[in-house]
Unconditional design. Structure first.
Lengths: 259, 313
């Protein structure tokens, strides 16, 4: 029964995104990919694949991140502000079910969005190279890692949304996205630092989400394979990180007065 | 068994930049509502009515005390399946149609899939919105949203209903329909707990009322008891505008309205007044004991704190 209620909340969250025309971003993406494919075919010789994969996957990631952050930050705060939550929580719905349902609803929206964008990337790829290559299969792994990034950023946006205003939540989530994209550099810096700075940098490097390890766009664009070990460790990392962030959101929300 | 049992429920918020200043929204409240009652929770704006309802719905957490609804704790999901709640000035997912919204709530309330469509249609008809089920809620007027709010509260056939200002935003016909609906719910054996500051609604509907002000319970009792205290005066109404000279000596109030005259006289002089009117061959329309109205009782119950507040300031 709990899973059914979570599914209903998730489905309503997905429906809200669709009705609010969130998926219209696909039109902008399609225009971008079509333009890129035509332009790249004319100006770059021999590196069309590289450019299309790089551009396509980066666009998939950025479009998704923007959606994840801007919808994620309002998932809870908007419901409190508009008081739509009152008629939900006065039913046999527990607070944690609401948070988990909202999380899956937005993740579902992002997966559907990424699926259509992925089709766009492959169509553009086919347009510039006329045929698929074996190495193009790694693009799917890169897309999978991008979805794992969405999982983490959605969970973080939800966490911030459970206690903060939408504006502050957006600032926090974007900051973590930017810092997390340089997590590997931060770890390198921590290794070189001394004393208190070393502790601080190490702590920060491991606390922020490591988006650099989830970014294999460049290597995939060069046709390099992705190790199975990395797929496994990244999956585990994303699930644990997102799970912890969602648990944090649940913990905060369970004790929050809805004034 | 009481349908609602409130045992010292209290709420204090921490306010100020450092959240160190306590602000009491509700002082320990003890209240019991019997099954099948229509219970009015009265108070001026900011009295603590909505805070009490939010505490009962588990939307805010009590600083002290507890409450039981249908014998169950307020955070028990089984209890929540058996109650309905209409928040004050409800706002719903406006991207949904009325039917979609009610189906969503039916899903969350655990209404069986095969019954959902029928229940949704029935409840929309019951609140006077049978033809707008397919319309998006963003196109609804305030009164229509209030009706949808009532529909979602009664959709799953709950035993106990909590309405926060149910007449808000409704036109006179809508208010009348909501009053009729609440009476129907009572006839079906449901318990209705509703907050309002419109005393005429409470007087015409409620079996019992409680009066709350500044977070403190000021009075509770049956409407008939609260309004039946005779003040030792009678109201006499007769036809015509002639006022007998002997009556003028007794009347504490006397004025003419159209072709009738109304006078308030001490109960002890009732017979003398009637004799005086008969001597003048005036037709007596009514002789009624003057009783305390709910409004007078309400004002009386609110006064002490205002006097105290005046002393404090």
């Amino acid at each position: 029964m709990r899973s059914v209620r979570i599914a209903h909340i998730a489905s309503n969250t997905f429906r809200e995104a669709v009705r609010d025309r969130v998926l219209y971003n696909l039109i902008a993406f399609a225009v971008l990919m079509s333009g890129a494919a035509i332009l790249v075919g004319q100006i770059s010789i021999g590196i069309e694949r590289l450019v299309v994969i790089n551009l396509g996957l980066t666009a998939v990631s950025l479009f998704g991140m923007v959606i994840a952050i801007f919808i994620g930050i309002g998932l809870v705060s908007k419901e409190i502000e508009k008081r739509t939550l009152y008629t939900v929580l006065s039913r046999p719905v527990q607070r944690w079910e609401f948070i988990v349902g909202k999380f899956f609803g937005l993740v579902g929206t992002l997966v559907v969005n990424t699926f259509f964008m992925a089709i766009g990337v492959f169509v553009a790829l086919l347009w510039v190279s006329r045929r698929f290559q074996m190495a193009d299969g790694w693009v799917l792994v890169a897309l999978y890692f991008i979805v794992l990034q969405f999982l983490i950023i959605t969970a973080l946006a939800l966490l911030f949304s459970s206690f903060s205003s939408p504006l502050l939540s957006a600032v926090f989530a974007f900051s973590l996205f930017v810092i997390g994209s340089f997590a590997e550099d931060l770890r390198g810096f921590a290794a070189m630092a001394q004393g208190a700075a070393r502790w601080l940098a190490t702590g920060t490097a491991y606390l922020v989400p490591n988006f650099s390890t989830l970014n294999v766009v460049s290597s995939v664009a060069h046709g390099q394979p992705v190790a199975a070990q990395l797929v496994f460790s990244n999956t585990l990392y994303a699930l644990v990180y997102a799970g912890m962030a969602v648990s944090g959101a649940v913990l905060i929300f369970e004790h929050r007065n809805l004034k | 068994m009481a349908a609602i049992d409130i045992l010292g429920l209290a709420k204090t918020y921490s306010v100020g930049f450092w959240r160190k200043k306590p602000k009491c929204a509700l002082q320990p409240l003890h209240l019991s509502v019997e099954a099948g009652e229509i219970f009015g929770f009265l108070g001026p704006n900011g009295a603590g009515k909505t805070t009490t309802l939010k505490l009962l719905m588990g939307l805010v957490f009590p600083s002290a005390g507890s409450a039981r609804i249908l014998g169950m704790e307020i955070n028990d999901p089984q209890m929540k399946a058996r109650i309905g709640f209409l928040p004050e000035q409800p706002y719903f997912y406006d991207y949904l149609t009325a039917t979609e919204l009610l189906e969503y709530y039916a899903q969350l309330s655990g209404v069986a899939a095969k019954e959902r469509s029928r229940k949704v249609s029935e409840v929309l008809a019951r609140v006077g919105l049978p033809d707008v089920g397919g319309m998006q809620l963003r196109k609804f007027s305030k009164g229509m949203l209030q009706r949808v709010g009532i529909a979602q509260a009664i959709l799953h056939d709950p035993q106990v209903l909590f309405f926060d200002e149910p007449m808000s935003g409704l036109d006179p016909i809508g208010r009348r329909e909501v009053r009729d609906l609440m009476e129907q719910l009572k006839q079906q054996g449901k318990t209705v707990f509703f907050s309002t500051h419109i005393l005429s609604d409470a007087e015409s509907l409620c079996d019992r009322v409680a009066i709350i002000h500044l977070g403190e319970l000021r009075g509770v009792g049956a409407v008939a008891d609260l309004t039946s205290s005779v003040q030792g005066q009678v109201e006499v109404v007769w036809q015509g505008n002639l006022v007998p000279a002997s009556l003028k000596a007794f009347a504490t109030e006397c004025h003419g309205t159209g072709d009738t005259t109304r006078a308030v006289v001490p109960e002890a002089n009732q017979d003398a007044v009637i004799d005086a009117l008969r001597r003048e061959r005036l037709r007596i329309v009514s002789v009624i004991p003057v009783r305390t109205s709910l409004e007078e009782y309400f004002v009386l119950k609110l006064k002490p704190s205002e006097a105290a507040a005046g002393v404090r300031s």
